[in-house]
Design a protein around this ligand. Structure first.
Ligand code: AOF
Ligand code: ZN
Length: 377
């Protein structure tokens, strides 16, 4: 049987459903599954919070006997491995599903085509690659970590009408209005980690959490690039480190292990030692990894299970990731506000988006405009 417009409509619905748990399924992708019988949806599910159970067994359980002879629409190839749960391909076979329509094949080496093979071997008709571009989009964080061993990186910038992202010495400057800020909160909520440089952490004293009512539990891990442990103990980040994790990325040179290893204690060691102790006592985790080499830092974050990262500032940190070619998506907010005297220039404007990025749409939030750009592959 070939792909019909009905198949695409159901797959689009499965992809929409999968987005519900984006960023809330740990290292597992958030997958959507619909069971359709005679044109009606008889079961639907998304990967559970925390990553398990997977989508398929939940949707099948809802469909029950109606799953026999039905079509299953899944945004990711059903798994074939005995992990923490039995293989989803086995469940689809056991329930007597007649056809499985898949958007994206699973790059997990334990699956990677085996799920499709198991289904076909059991006589089930399988069509893969349906709405694949949209499916890949919804699974971008998972696919990037699996295939590139690093998180999917989004750079968010809020730029004033005169091309500024803030004002020297002014702390946090509200460039965008409340509607755009609410949208950024939603973006944070579906992201695993959020990253700023120490300059921004000191000057803005940001909280970097999700404050939208109902979404507070979805705050991302907060990461500060802080080579010499300069993060003030009085900062909001440190004060809240026990509620929402804070990771400080410090230079390897000040690592307790590093200084022992080469026998040359760096200057100001006692001072660094006391800041290290105080930060750790406040619940901050310190990771020693060159903070200015995203190509080294990102795989280290992926190893910790971080699949998506939002880079929120400031100008230097944005440049660092852009220059390393490690930004996958740019979210550029442009506001009518004029910063004027003492402005901090944006590292990027709509007129100088790097080559390799494609414009993916414009939305309006109050008086502000959001342009989205994505890097090809
Ligand atoms: C599916 N349906 O809803 C999801 C899948 O650690 P485990 O045992 O839960 O396995 C994790 C892997 O399962 C993950 O890397 C991916 O290959 C697959 N995720 N598969 O059939 C789902 N979330
Ligand atoms: Zn599964």
């Amino acid at each position: 049987m070939s792909i019909t417009p009905h198949d695409e409509r159901f797959m689009a619905a499965a992809i929409r459903l999968s987005r519900q748990h984006l960023g809330r399924t740990a290292t597992n992708p958030s997958v959507g599954c619909l069971i359709v019988k005679d044109g009606a949806i008889v079961g639907r599910a998304v990967t559970a919070l925390g990553g398990r159970p997977h989508a398929e067994p939940q949707a099948l359980a809802e469909a029950g006997e109606l799953a026999r002879g039905a079509t299953a629409y899944v945004t990711l190839e059903p798994c074939s491995h005995h992990g923490k749960t039995p293989p989803c391909a086995e469940a689809l076979i056991a329930y007597g599903v007649a056809r499985v329509v898949i958007s994206v094949t699973d790059p997990d080496p334990r699956v990677s085509g085996r799920g499709i093979a198991m289904l076909r071997d059991a006589g089930i008709e399988v069509d893969a690659g349906v709405l694949e571009a949209e499916g890949r989009h919804s699974l971008a964080a998972y696919l990037t970590r699996q295939t590139k061993n690093r998180p999917y990186v989004t750079l968010k910038l809020a730029v004033s009408a005169d091309g500024m992202i803030g004002r020297q010495g002014a702390g946090q400057v509200a460039i965008t209005g409340p509607e755009a800020r609410a949208q950024v909160q939603a973006l944070r909520a579906e992201t695993d980690a959020i990253l700023v440089g120490i300059g921004t952490a000191i000057s803005d004293d940001p909280l970097l959490t999700v404050r939208t009512p109902g979404l507070e539990a979805q705050s991302p891990v907060r990461i500060v690039l802080d080579p010499n442990l300069a993060l003030p103990l009085t900062s909001k980040l440190v004060a809240t480190a026990r509620d929402v994790p804070v990771i400080v990325v410090a230079s390897e040179e000040i690592s307790p292990l590093g200084s022992e290893a080469d026998g040359t204690p760096p200057t100001g060691l006692a001072d660094i030692q006391s800041r290290r102790t105080a930060l750790e006592a406040a619940g901050v985790e310190i990771v020693y990894c060159n903070p200015y080499h995203p190509e080294v830092l990102l795989p280290a974050l992926a190893t910790r299970g971080i699949s998506s990262l939002l880079v929120e500032g400031g100008a230097k940190t944005a440049r660092l990731f852009l220059d390393a070619g490690l930004v996958d998506r740019i979210q550029l907010y442009q506001a009518p506000l004029v910063v004027g005297e003492g402005g901090i220039e944006s590292p990027l404007r709509a007129t100088d988006i790097p080559s390799g990025f494609t414009h993916r749409g414009t939305s309006l939030y109050g008086a502000d405009r959001l342009d989205k750009y994505e890097r090809e592959n």
